[in-house]
Design a protein around this ligand. Structure first.
Ligand SMILES: Cc1cc2nc3c(=O)[nH]c(=O)nc-3n(C[C@H](O)[C@H](O)[C@H](O)COP(=O)(O)OP(=O)(O)OC[C@H]3O[C@@H](n4cnc5c(N)ncnc54)[C@H](O)[C@@H]3O)c2cc1C
Length: 265
């Protein structure tokens, strides 16, 4: 079974500071980490490999430093990785990002057929949760989002059964392979890396593919290929404190009811 996990390098949200002059994120203030949801996606893939055999690959689109999260994934038990990096990719929105990643996945699939693609539910910086579904649409395969449990995989009938989180609980869904699943953090507990995996990861240099290698169309990437436009970035105004009602419980309740009635009438 060949599983490919899409991973993104993100700033560590617990350490990001806001630039008080521009009110924008000061990304240099935070170290870059493997998107936490993607760490669980890699762990889910490694668990499947242990149960059903096969191989786990990871793919990321980003700058050269994104090789660090490929190494991190190898520490978790992934076997190999690919870095998609090219100046032409810069400025891509989620539509263009999913196009570029799907071209990378097609290239992997041409030599090493893919059975399952796993993404995190969302990236903690962009937060759109659009890339996983975007990849599935581009590749014209089924998408199963909000997955918090993989029940089973049947490689003979080429089917996967998962639990998807919904408002009232969860639903059990069966889908044909290959498909894309996007996972919640609750899908598993991260396991500490073993020393041999850490040594293997430290030595690993992932191959890098650009526009030419993945045979991508330049008009579908970068700012030109991105229909989304950021019109304005601003910090929301600070919330003003609400009115505090004082007095006895009866006085406070009467006062509150009058105020609510004033608003309604
Ligand atoms: C108009 C516009 C311009 C932008 N310009 C830039 C820019 O110049 N530079 C820049 O860095 N970003 C830019 N971005 C942000 C970029 O589009 C997003 O970071 C990217 O598309 C991923 O979206 P997301 O963070 O919401 O991921 P989500 O959709 O929330 O991520 C879901 C999952 O998809 C997978 N995934 C997401 N991104 C990647 C990736 N890069 N590689 C592999 N897997 C991935 C992961 O599994 C992740 O858990 C821009 C966005 C917009 C809207």
């Amino acid at each position: 079974m060949h599983i490919v996990v899409c991973i993104k390098q993100v700033p560590d949200a617990t350490q990001v500071k806001i630039d008080p002059k521009t009110n924008t994120l000061d990304r240099s203030s935070a170290p870059a980490i493997l998107n936490p949801y993607d760490a669980h996606a890699v762990q889910a893939a490694v668990d499947l490999k242990k149960a059903y055999g096969g191989k786990v690959s990871v793919i990321t689109m980003g700058p050269m430093q994104a090789r660090d999260i490929i190494r991190k994934s190898l520490e978790y038990g992934a076997d190999e990785g690919v870095l998609l990096s090219d100046r032409a990719f810069a400025g891509s929105d989620t539509l263009a990002t999913s196009y570029i990643i799907s071209k990378g996945l097609e290239k992997i699939n041409s030599t090493d057929p893919i059975d399952l693609i796993i993404c995190g539910k969302q990236a903690i910086d962009g937060d759109t949760a659009q890339v996983g579904p975007g990849i599935a649409r581009r590749l014209n395969i089924t998408q199963l989002t909000y997955v918090n449990k993989i029940v089973s995989v049947n490689l003979e009938t080429r089917e996967i059964i998962v639990h998807r989180v919904i408002d009232q609980g969860y639903e059990v869904v069966k889908a044909k392979l290959p498909c894309v699943i996007t996972v919640e953090k609750e899908i598993n507990e991260l396991i500490y890396s073993s020393l041999p995996e850490m040594i293997k990861a430290a030595r690993y240099v992932a191959p890098m593919w650009g526009v030419t290698e993945i045979g991508a169309d330049l008009s579908q990437m970068g700012l030109k290929g991105s229909p989304t436009t950021v019109r304005k970035i601003f910090a929301p105004p600070e919330r003003e404190g609400g009115e505090r009602l004082t007095g006895s419980t009866t006085e406070i309740v009467n006062n509150l009811v009058n105020k609510l009635l004033e608003k309604i009438v």
